[in-house]
Write a protein that binds this ligand. Structure first.
Ligand SMILES: [Zn+2]
Ligand SMILES: [Zn+2]
Length: 133
């Protein structure tokens, strides 16, 4: 792959892009943050995400992303945290199974509604176009 200069997604600095969106500094920092979070959860198995953010000083977005990606489970930790919607304890992703299913249905419904509307507009347009002839 050709090397190009890009702005790092983390710090915005220009760096040699090799298929990873972060510069070496940011990658190192991410690995460090990950270790700190894992160590913290090991020492405090009942901590909440709020505790992790407060005690490690790591940005909540980073903490959440790491947990949602299942990095703690990969590290052998069974960490439970609340579903973003209903608060049920979950171990990966953003929502519990119930909410994920509901959300999928909502998205499906929304898409269906949107398609209906598009279909309607399409019909109206073809009527107008036909009438012009
Ligand atoms: Zn960077
Ligand atoms: Zn839920």
């Amino acid at each position: 792959m050709a090397e190009t200069l890009r702005n790092c997604k983390g710090c915005g600095k220009l760096f040699m892009y090799r298929g990873v969106k972060f510069c070496v500094d940011c990658l190192e920092k991410q690995a460090e943050d990950e270790h700190r979070i894992i160590d913290y959860v090991k020492a405090n198995p009942l901590c909440t995400i709020v505790d992790i953010v407060r005690d490690t000083g790591i940005d909540e977005k980073i903490v959440r992303r790491l947990i949602e990606e299942g990095r703690l489970i990969q590290a052998g930790l069974e960490y439970e945290y609340p579903c973003s919607k209903c608060g049920e304890p979950i171990m990966s992703g953003q929502y519990c199974d119930k909410c994920a299913k509901k959300l999928r249905n909502e998205i499906f419904e929304e898409q269906r509604r949107r398609n209906d509307r598009t279909g309607l507009r399409y019909r109206q347009l073809s009527v107008t176009a036909g009438g012009k002839k």
